[in-house]
Structure formats: C-alpha cells, structure tokens
Write a protein that binds this ligand. Structure first.
Ligand code: GLU
Length: 405
C-alpha cells in the first residue's frame, strides 16, 4: 500500500482557490501520482445517463480507456457506479421516478443487468476484466461480513480485476440502505484502503458561493479543513448547490479527511478528467485533503463510522467536544448533555456538538437507558450513587471505537 501522502500542491491555508494565492500559476495535477496505488472512482447517474435515460456509451469507453491508462501505471482501480434505477425505469418505459419501493427495486434489478453488461463491453474492449459487487449495509454492518467483503475486494484487485460496485438496491430496505453512492464509495475506499477517491459528477467541484447566482463564486481548488461554515454552506438552506447532491459529497469528504484519504470532486463530462486529476498538468475540480495529518482513522474506525447505520445520538458539551476532537479522548458520561434514539452496547451512535453538528461516530459501550441515567455526572457522583455505582468506571464510547470528523 502506498503512502497516504498524496503530494498535493499544498497551497497554504485550509481552503484555496485560483485567485487568492497564486495557486493557478502552479500547473500540476491536484494529486501527484507518486504514492497513489489504489483509486476508487465513483460515477454519478448524471455523468452516465443522458436526458432520455440512455447510457452514455461513449463515456463508458472513454472511462475504460482512462482506467487502463492508470492500470498501466501500476494504479489499481475500483469503480462505484450509479444508474441501475435510471436505466431500469427507461426499460420499463416509466418516465416519472415512482415512489413505491418495490417498483424502484424492480427497476434496479432490471437496470443493473444492462449497466453491468455495457460496462463489461467497454472495459473488455480495453482488455479489462470486471467483477460485479453489489453491497448493502447488511454485508458491512457486522464486523465479520465486513471483513469478508474486504477479503473479496482485495483478492479481486490482486487478480488484476476491476471491481464494479453498486448498492444492491433490489434487496436493500431502509435499515440496510446506504441510500447514495457517495457514501458507498467512501465505505469501499475504507474497505480497500484506497489512496484516493474521485467523485465524477455534473458539477465542477465546490464553490465559494452558488455559481448560478453569484458572479463572485470561485471554484475551490483545495479544502484542507472542512469548517462548519463550509459544511453549512454546502448543505444549508438558500444554497442552490445545497441539494442532497453536494451535501452527501461533503459528508463523504469529511469521513475521508478523518482517514487521511484525499478525495476529488470533478465534472465527469470533462474530457480526460481522470487522467488530468491524477496525471495531468492542470488543476481539476476540488481536492479535499486534510491539513491535519495527525489523526488517521484506521480501517476499523472507518468501518465504525460507515458500516452500520447509527441507532442514536448523544449531544456533548463544548469541553467534551474539544477533548474528543483535539485530544483523542474517550467520551465520558460527564460530557454528555442529552441522548436520543434506542441503542444497546455495541451499536453505532452519532456524537453531536452543541450546534447539533455531527462531530464523530462510535460504538456505544452503554445502552441508551444507562447513558440517560448517568449523563452529565462525573465518575465520583456515579460511584456515590448506590443504584449507579456499577457504571462508574465505564466510558460511553471508547477512543479506539470512535472516529472524529
Ligand atoms: N444505487 C443507485 C442506482 O444504481 C444510485 C444511488 C446514487 O445515485 O447515489 O441507481
């Protein structure tokens, strides 16, 4: 596995754009190729399907050509693709996306056949063998099944094969659904310990403001620190690019930055886009690459963050938030202001700060009822209470089973 240091252009500051610090003079790919051994490329529906819901076959051949170029340079590739439902609906001659789940799942089952077969034709043309891998949270929520998925994907890569991954929409119900392929691509990157994630989308990257309404909007070339403001701007009300589309990408970026895996959002329709991101001589899209290389979430922590759907959440006070994020501490009852949801020991739980922003996720060591009883109390007060004293030396979430974003 190569180094996680992608060797970016290291524009100073946590956020940079072409006009502010001379970065535009520096004509190099955002992500230098050295150290990049394994890449996850996620293809969004809008990149893959035209307005008549036909698969863009020329795009697929061009994708395959660029993937082959990477492979010739010794870089392994995993493709995460969307599009099954869209293609299936066209085959069924259904124009409006239906709301009922069985029809959507039927459409996914129909569309996935065409999707995989068209990819196969294009990749086979360039001598690449694909393998279809359909995942749900069911396979990734349990530690054991997660490890099986990891072993299979790793073996496929060792065999020189390109895994073609999608969510198994046909069987996924809400409980086990990732829901969007940005999250799925993040999980796949964690599973295979990728060095880079590229999200091919219909947008060029992240802007300082909505480019459709603001003349001053500038494309951010690099984000090194995903501040609350940036996070809110991408998802907040009144932001036209704050659709589900951008917010799931920002969430993906946040998890990947915690793991020190760089991610690029770029426009899939741009000719030679993958080549340009990794091997080219100009900036493409927005690179998310953490300035803070100190806390690298390992694969187990990423699995905690992404594998299972959180069953509940705890809101922590400012002191606890600082201790978790800056000092890598475990979460103690005293730092918790409130608790919600229904969870047992071992379940995944979101950690929120006092602004209700998710700042981390981890596996609870106490069930929600116990957390409810002891939250806000220090260990002395818990020990002094005869009803609670058994809980006095327990942490709510241990630092080894927690990822902070
Ligand atoms: N898995 C869905 C499909 O293949 C797409 C989900 C997404 O676009 O994020 O149709």
């Amino acid at each position: 596995m190569g180094s996680k240091d992608s060797g970016n252009n290291s524009n100073s500051g946590s956020v940079s754009n072409g006009n502010s610090n001379g970065a535009s003079d520096n004509k190099q790919a955002l992500v230098a190729p050295h150290g990049i051994k394994r890449v996850v490329i996620k293809i969004g529906t809008s990149t893959l399907i035209d307005e008549k819901r036909r698969l863009k076959v020329a795009f697929l051949y061009d994708l395959a050509r660029q993937v082959e170029e990477l492979r010739n340079k010794g870089i392994e590739v995993v493709v995460v693709t969307s599009g099954a439902i869209g293609v299936g609906l066209r085959r069924l001659r259904i124009n409006e996306r239906p709301k009922d789940i069985p029809t959507l799942q039927a459409a996914a089952a129909i569309g996935q056949v065409e999707l995989a077969s068209r990819y196969d034709q294009a990749f086979y043309h360039y001598g690449i063998q694909l393998a279809q891998v359909l995942l749900t949270r069911y396979e990734t929520a349990g530690r054991e099944s997660y490890l099986h998925a990891r072993d299979t994907l790793t073996r496929l890569l060792e065999l020189g094969i390109v895994p073609l991954v999608n969510e198994n929409d046909t069987v996924a119900v809400d409980e086990i659904k990732f829901g969007d392929n940005d999250t799925l691509a993040t999980l796949v990157a964690a599973i295979v310990d990728a060095d880079l994630v590229i999200l091919l989308s219909d947008i060029e990257g992240l802007y300082t403001a909505d480019p459709r309404t603001s003349e001053d909007a500038e494309l951010l070339e690099r984000v090194g620190d995903l501040t609350d403001d940036l996070y809110k701007a991408a998802g907040g009300a009144g932001s036209a690019y704050g659709s589900g589309g951008m917010i799931t990408k920002i969430k993906a970026a946040r998890v990947l930055m915690a793991a020190n895996i760089p991610m690029v959002i770029c426009q899939g329709s741009r000719p030679n886009v993958i080549h340009d991101v990794i091997l080219g001589d100009e900036h493409v899209g927005t690179l998310f690459d953490s300035d803070d290389k100190s806390h690298h979430a390992n694969a187990k922590k990423l699995w905690i963050a992404l594998g299972a759907k959180p069953k509940g959440s705890v809101v922590v006070d400012d002191g606890a938030a600082t201790a978790l994020v800056d000092n890598g501490s475990s979460l103690l009852p005293v730092g918790i202001k409130s608790v919600s949801g229904e969870f047992e020991p071992g379940d995944s739980v979101n950690i929120l700060n006092s602004d209700n922003m998710v700042i981390g996720r981890g596996l609870a060591r106490m069930g929600c009822e116990d957390v409810e009883k002891v939250h806000g109390m220090n260990s002395r007060a818990i020990a002094d209470d005869p009803q609670l004293k058994d809980l006095s030396d327990q942490v709510v979430i241990h630092r080894d089973e927690m990822v902070v974003f």
